[in-house]
Design a binder for this molecule. Structure first.
Ligand SMILES: NC(=O)c1ccc[n+]([C@@H]2O[C@H](COP(=O)([O-])OP(=O)(O)OC[C@H]3O[C@@H](n4cnc5c(N)ncnc54)[C@H](OP(=O)(O)O)[C@@H]3O)[C@@H](O)[C@H]2O)c1
Length: 189
């Protein structure tokens, strides 16, 4: 309840079930979120590409992600797209992941959304707890915010929100039996 993103138990099955509600065209995540799961990805079942699933777009401005094939075959996504910048280190010569290059030393998130929009994408779900989410807020790219608030005070750690002021309009709240709140807001414009 104090805004920390780690240090408590999370029902991941519930998280992923709720995440499907958006039926997004693109899931946008950052390299650090992928890197945090790389150990688990190695041993994860490879269910193959899910044709009707969203595209997974990974912001990887520093070219750190290597597990493209495992991500593509997890069974959630229809494909993966690496988002790079001009200054992203050269990829391995055998790299075959589809890529989009925007920005100079960082991926240009505004341009990414422009390009995706021109390709028919209308819903993008950002799955991030910190840096990428903050960048999207600061650039004014977020129009809806959904939070799972757990009944625990962690005390110290990484908080999901930065210091950008945001006016929010409450859309709905559901309370689960274990006291977790599912809170949805629109970002006022
Ligand atoms: N509790 C939750 O709900 C939740 C959800 C997701 C993740 N997580 C956890 O949170 C941790 C990762 O969070 P994180 O915030 O460190 O990583 P993140 O969400 O993966 O964000 C980092 C990514 O954002 C990019 N980025 C940051 N600012 C940017 C800007 N201004 N312009 C363009 N790109 C920008 C970085 O680019 P570069 O590639 O250039 O560095 C990097 O790829 C992991 O431990 C993960 O498991 C928790």
């Amino acid at each position: 309840m104090d805004g920390m993103v780690a240090g408590f138990d999370v029902d991941l099955a519930r998280f992923y079930a709720l995440a499907t509600l958006w039926q997004e065209d693109v899931t946008l995540i950052g390299a650090d979120t992928v890197l945090a799961q790389e150990g688990a990805l190695g041993g994860a079942a490879r269910r193959g590409v899910r044709e009707e699933g969203p595209l997974l777009a990974v912001v990887d401005g520093r070219g750190r992600v290597r597990s493209w094939e495992a991500l593509a075959e997890l069974g959630y996504w229809s494909g993966v797209l690496a988002l790079y910048a001009d200054q992203t280190p050269a990829r391995p010569p055998d790299a075959s992941t589809l890529e989009l290059i925007t920005g100079y030393d960082q991926v240009d998130l505004v341009e990414v959304l422009d390009v995706l929009g021109r390709r028919g994408v209308s819903t993008v779900r950002v799955d991030s707890a910190d840096a990428l989410l903050r960048a999207c807020f600061e650039l004014g790219l977020v129009d809806e915010l959904a939070l799972l608030v757990h009944p625990v005070i962690v005390g110290t750690g990484q908080r999901w929100c930065g210091d950008t002021k945001l006016e929010l309009r409450h859309v709905g709240t559901e309370v689960f039996e274990d006291g977790v709140l599912w809170m949805r807001y629109c970002v006022a414009t």
